[in-house]
Unconditional design. Structure first.
Length: 418
């Protein structure tokens, strides 16, 4: 008997593209590749000693609790510790305001599930975080871009777009945005809060990088502004400041959204790993976090400076770039007519990787843009990676198609002078 084929997979997934970033990371995982692609912290900077002590404490003093089921909202001690940290950063928070999640990516998925119906309109920065665009499209939302393009949206334009599109949700990364590295001004944050209150929309304030500030003064969170208190979901994570392998994030939610978010979390996975929560809680209780973050700021700030210093030599004439105040990324615009995606295969043959910027746009992508990450490698590796990248970007399209062994090296007469 001929068996009938299995049913088709869910049609809503057909409209969601796979992440080109994940594909690039798979190719760039070799040790000989200098990767400016992923937003990966440097594993050499993990606090191995402090984490080992935290694990030992958990397994010595609370093994039964650490290996048992936990409550959906998360470990009370961990929630209290996160609330205290947010208080110190100027965002008054009670433990009951928080829901522990399996990374901030799950927090984003839960907010999408809890707040959006198919056909709802979501406003996003343009360009924006790629996985957020995937989340919203999977939910069947209509995604509308704000015209920022690596800069900042004009407050008057924000108001006009909100009035015209009548969104249900506005998604922003105000601190050291992914992919551009830009920081939203205090004035625009105030306007976001005012528009949300005036027109009745949710705000998702994604803040995984906010503690990685290398210069300048912190800007108050959108959630701290009048009008935003009862409608802002703040997302945070320990992935960038402690260890992404622990997969511990959180969201801060107003009372009106908490039940829906908790139910969505129960459906997703019941609760985040009890063991991982206990490890993070023990680490915070050990008092090492602030010193560890200070070390990250010093190291990553020096790497950002090294990358910015090396870009004039690496990039073609006419290129522009920004110098972020913190975070993990900076944004490059190559001269008009260049295509960062078309150049990437040649860069990979030279063992250097980056992410083409076009992937991050909702519409009107800019082919001549790219996102570079500066946190993964030390300064000498950044310099080597930029030398390789410069060799590729200065080649003619014909030379880029040649095998790497047949191409002129960076120190040979074939290198195009600046």
């Amino acid at each position: 008997m001929n068996a009938a084929p299995p049913p088709a997979t869910a049609a809503r997934l057909d409209t969601v593209e796979t992440s080109p970033l994940r594909d690039i990371l798979a190719l760039a995982s070799r040790s000989d590749v200098v990767s400016f692609a992923g937003g990966l912290p440097d594993p050499a900077l993990f606090d191995h000693e402090g984490l080992r002590t935290a694990v030992d404490q958990v397994l010595t003093h609370a093994p039964r609790r650490a290996f048992q089921y936990s409550r959906t909202e998360g470990d009370p001690a961990l929630r209290a510790a996160i609330a205290a940290r947010l208080d110190r950063r100027g965002l008054p928070t009670a433990p009951d305001d928080l829901l522990i999640t399996t990374g901030s990516q799950q927090a984003l998925a839960l907010a999408t599930t809890a707040l959006l119906e198919p056909g709802d309109t979501v406003l996003v920065e343009n360009p924006s975080y790629l996985a957020a665009l995937q989340c919203f499209r999977l939910a069947g939302a209509r995604v509308v871009p704000l015209p920022t393009c690596g800069g900042e949206c004009d407050p008057a334009v924000l108001t006009e777009v909100v009035r015209r599109e009548r969104p249900k949700l506005l998604y922003v990364i105000p601190n050291f945005q992914n992919p551009t590295g830009s920081t939203m001004s205090a004035r625009l944050r105030q306007e976001v809060a005012r528009n949300a209150a005036a027109h009745g929309l949710w705000i998702v304030e994604d803040d995984p990088y906010g503690e990685l500030r290398y210069r300048g003064d912190p800007v108050p969170a959108i959630a701290a502004h009048p009008g935003a208190e009862d409608r802002t979901i703040v997302l945070g994570s320990f992935s960038k400041i402690l260890a992404p392998g622990l997969r511990v994030g959180w969201l801060r939610a107003p009372r009106g959204a908490r039940r829906a978010l908790t139910v969505a979390k129960q459906v997703a996975d019941l609760h985040t790993s009890t063991l991982d929560q206990a490890i993070v809680g023990a680490y915070l209780a050990g008092g090492r976090m602030e010193g560890h973050i200070a070390g990250l700021r010093q190291a990553y700030g020096a790497r950002l400076a090294a990358m910015v210093a090396g870009l004039p030599e690496a990039l073609p004439e006419g290129s522009t770039w920004n110098e972020p105040e913190g975070g993990m990324f900076l944004w490059v615009r190559l001269p008009e007519g260049m295509d960062a995606a078309a150049t990437l295969p040649s860069a990979m043959r030279r063992n250097v990787a980056y992410v083409p910027g076009a992937s991050f746009f909702t519409d009107s992508p800019v082919p001549a843009s790219m996102r570079l990450t500066f946190t993964t490698h030390a300064q000498d590796e950044i310099a080597e990676g930029l030398a390789r990248l410069g060799t590729v970007l200065r080649q003619s399209p014909h030379d880029r198609d040649m095998p790497a062994a047949a191409q002129p090296t960076a120190g040979s007469p074939g290198r195009r002078p600046r």
